[in-house]
Design a protein around this ligand. Structure first.
Ligand code: GDP
Length: 195
């Protein structure tokens, strides 16, 4: 699945722009700066693929990429910007809600969480949206190279504990470091294994 071409298809700002739901879809969500672009680039083996979604003006778009010709990979706008105007936040929440509840081909959402910070209130909000939409989500811990030993174990058990309150949470965590490549094969295999 990841051996072939990954292409940027389009950035979407409204439900009317969504591509036809004719293939398996996975989406990536996370607080801004969590390492989402870096992870998507590592995952697809393309250095600047997800940069498009980080350029000003694109940050509120839902960005669609094609994986081979069988899957869509969807990069959701980063959330939790400190200075985002309320109107922007509300618009994005509305789009997100409609996207999550209306996408029949969406097999799994990956919610990225910075290993150093654990799950924050805004992450719980997104997770609750996923619970309501009954979209299975899996937590991908990013920047795992920043912690080790007991500190890492503490965060892992905290995250596992907090996920218990979310019925849509997939129990297994994926620990990744885009910098070192750790966890990337596991994430690829997870996506490839979705049917
Ligand atoms: P985004 O806003 O979620 O798309 O975050 P970026 O992918 O732009 O990454 C934010 C910052 O975290 C950048 O400075 C990256 O270099 C850094 N970063 C991303 N992934 C890793 C990682 O696996 N390890 C470390 N140490 N830093 C990372």
């Amino acid at each position: 699945l990841f051996a072939g071409e990954t292409e940027f298809l389009k950035g979407v700002v409204a439900m009317s722009g969504l591509p036809e739901a004719d293939r398996i879809e996975v989406c990536f969500a996370g607080r801004s700066n969590v390492g989402k672009s870096t992870l998507i680039n590592a995952l697809t083996g393309r250095k600047a693929l997800a940069r498009a979604s980080n350029t000003p003006g694109r940050t509120q778009e839902v960005n669609f990429f094609t994986l081979a010709d069988s899957h869509y990979l969807v990069d959701l706008p980063g959330y939790g910007y400190a200075n985002a105007p309320l109107a922007v936040v509300e618009k994005w929440q509305a789009l997100l809600k409609r996207y999550l509840s209306g996408r029949a081909n969406l097999r799994r959402a990956f919610v990225l969480v910075d290993t150093r910070h654990g799950i924050k209130a805004v992450d719980h909000e997104i997770m609750s949206l996923l619970d309501s939409a009954a979209v299975t989500f899996q937590v991908v811990l990013t920047k795992a190279d920043k912690l080790r030993g007991t500190q890492l174990e503490t965060i892992l058990s905290q995250v596992r504990g907090e996920l218990k309150r979310h019925p849509a949470a997939f129990p297994e965590l994926i620990l990744t470091s885009s910098e070192k490549g750790d966890g990337i094969p596991t994430l690829r295999a997870t996506i490839a294994g979705l049917v």
